[in-house]
Design a protein around this ligand. Sequence first.
Ligand SMILES: CC(C)(COP(=O)(O)OP(=O)(O)OC[C@H]1O[C@@H](n2cnc3c(N)ncnc32)[C@H](O)[C@@H]1OP(=O)(O)O)[C@@H](O)C(=O)NCCC(=O)NCCS
Length: 171
Amino acid sequence: MVLLRPLDPDRDAQDYYEWNLDPEMHVWTGNAPFDSVDAAREELVRFAQMQDVTMWAIEDRQTHRMVGRFFVCIENRDGRLIAGEGNRIARACWRKGHNREARRLIFDYVFNALGADAIESECWTANVNSRLSLLAHGFRLVGESTEYNSNHQQPMPKSHFLLERGDWKRR
Ligand SMILES: CC(C)(COP(=O)(O)OP(=O)(O)OC[C@H]1O[C@@H](n2cnc3c(N)ncnc32)[C@H](O)[C@@H]1OP(=O)(O)O)[C@@H](O)C(=O)NCCC(=O)NCCS
């Protein structure tokens, strides 16, 4: 269903611009639609140049369009390799399997090739899509905090999740 590949700012800018026009994309991300295709391209260039974060374009194999992006970063924390992750899928593709497949491929890579011990993630508790998606993919809720949400201009609960290597392997 999906092809994971490096971001290609020139090729992806138009798709990225279009699906980010949808206000629903930004309710919980704190971003806003881009003013222009050039602004979308500039963000992709910036992401592609990041040193400590690896970001993939999620391409739909049928349409060959870029329908999402997925990042991973990894750090050694007291001898344990801990990865962080984050993703965004065009609304037309929500719950169609793109995110599920992208996460499976990327997490296999993170655990098997990079040797991570665990992957952590977080989301605003009210972000139902993200919270249920993380739980569906095997993450455990390990904590909650309250942080200021600049989009909603008030303190809001945030959920923190962990996926241990063993839990992923057992799935
Ligand atoms: C968060 C996001 C990446 C999740 O991707 P998705 O394609 O919507 O969801 P997934 O395919 O990963 O969902 C996996 C499972 O989680 C559960 N789930 C997810 N959203 C759900 C919802 N709104 N209601 C009920 N169950 C839900 C279901 O069990 C689902 O499996 P199913 O579709 O086979 O029933 C996507 O909704 C998105 O891009 N949202 C906007 C940006 C964003 O909030 N990013 C995260 C910032 S922390």
